[in-house]
Write a protein that binds this ligand. Structure first.
Ligand code: COA
Length: 344
């Protein structure tokens, strides 16, 4: 009987994004600053990736600091007291420390003891995975307000030498937060989420060390450091091909799941890995380019933070208005991918 009641409650409740907020560090790094450091050129980066600049944190800043600043902005925008938050979900691939999770460090900074703080480690799909969790927890009826934060501090994790130039040009730092709440209104907020992964490609984009996956007595040693295993390694071409294929298929899946056509969607937010990937998906599915909201030129790839940063940017620019139907699609390391449809 209790189970049936629970199911009925889940059917009635949904979740919506009450407010968004974002934070990027003060330091802007234009492509020109990377030319000597990485043996690259502004022209190469713009042409191959569509990136003009990115933000890099100060040495004193941590991932949870960026998350904290973004959280304060979302709380202010939502006009609620922080004590209303009854769960924190934080997605990052660049945590403060190996453990505990960065959500715990954020929780300490927010001074919000006594609620669950969960880390999501799903790389560029982190936002979609975190959103699907937040939505499900809110639908159970046990949680009323969830703080969802995506934060990345890549600049301390990159190989800033010519050896790492194919990766290091792509990534930037930033954080975005959302306050999600329950709603009983049909056709409002999160209409669907869908998450997927294929671990057979786990080493196409990965950071090998430190870790237990080595024949070694230690999680990291001098030989690993010498080889640069502490930095991200990427098979760029494989990522490109899979990203175009999976993001196209995922958008079609999302449309089908909601019985919608592309024409009915007002704005589409693709994960911003490379402008050429988004353009290729748009071309393949014959999407009006005006519907695709790109932010890579300004932020670079901020992994989990990319989608919520883009959504917050669209709210601020006035491009995203109440009542609009939006689709978000991500693809990233793992491989992981997923989508969500929302009525704003
Ligand atoms: N500046 C200048 N030249 C560079 C460079 C850089 N930053 N990075 C690579 N190159 C050079 C290589 O040395 C190589 O030179 P060579 O032909 O003389 O050997 C040439 O460019 C091609 O290298 P390759 O790695 O094959 O480049 P690419 O055409 O695949 O483009 C990416 C590289 C990274 C732009 C592209 O693979 C890509 O965008 N992939 C997707 C990455 C992605 O989305 N990652 C995030 C996933 S969430």
């Amino acid at each position: 009987m209790e189970f049936i009641q629970e199911v009925l409650t889940m059917e009635k409740l949904g979740s919506f994004i009450k407010a968004t907020g974002s934070y990027t560090p003060d330091r802007v790094v234009f492509n020109s600053e990377l030319e000597t450091l990485l043996d690259t050129t502004d022209e190469w980066i713009r042409k191959r990736c569509g990136i003009a600049k990115r933000y890099w944190a100060e040495q004193t800043e941590t991932t949870s600091d960026l998350a904290y600043q973004a959280s304060l902005k979302a709380l202010e925008k939502a006009n609620i007291e922080k004590q209303e938050i009854d769960m924190i979900i934080l997605a990052t691939v660049t945590p403060d420390h190996e453990f505990p999770g960065t959500a715990c460090f954020l929780q300490g900074k927010l001074d919000l003891p006594g609620i669950p703080a969960i880390d999501v480690r799903q790389q560029c799909s982190g936002f979609i995975y975190a959103l699907s969790q937040a939505d499900l927890y809110l639908r159970t009826g046990d949680y009323r307000t969830v703080l969802l934060v995506c934060a990345e501090l890549h600049s301390k994790c990159l190989d800033l030498s010519p050896r790492g130039r194919n990766v290091s040009i792509l990534f930037g730092d930033g954080a975005a937060a959302m306050i999600l709440q329950q709603t009983e209104e049909a056709n409002r907020g999160v209409l669907s989420t869908h998450i997927m992964s294929d671990g057979s490609h786990a080493k196409q984009l990965w950071c090998p060390a430190p870790g237990n996956g080595h024949v070694s007595a230690a999680r990291i040693d001098a030989a690993m450091l010498e080889q640069g295993l502490q930095f991200p390694h990427m098979n760029g071409r494989a990522i490109f091909t899979h990203a175009v294929r999976q993001m196209s298929q995922e958008l079609l899946h999302c449309l089908k799941q909601n019985s919608k056509t592309i024409d009915e969607v007002d704005l589409i937010f693709f994960h911003q890995a490379n402008l050429r990937i988004c353009e290729a998906v748009g071309k393949l599915l014959e999407i009006d380019p005006a519907k695709i909201y790109n932010t890579i030129e300004e932020y670079g790839n901020t992994t989990a933070a990319t989608l919520p940063l883009g959504i917050d940017h669209a709210v601020k620019s006035g491009a995203l208005k109440k009542g609009m139907l939006i689709a978000t699609v991500a693809f990233g390391s793992g491989f992981t991918w997923g989508s969500a449809m929302l009525r704003w």
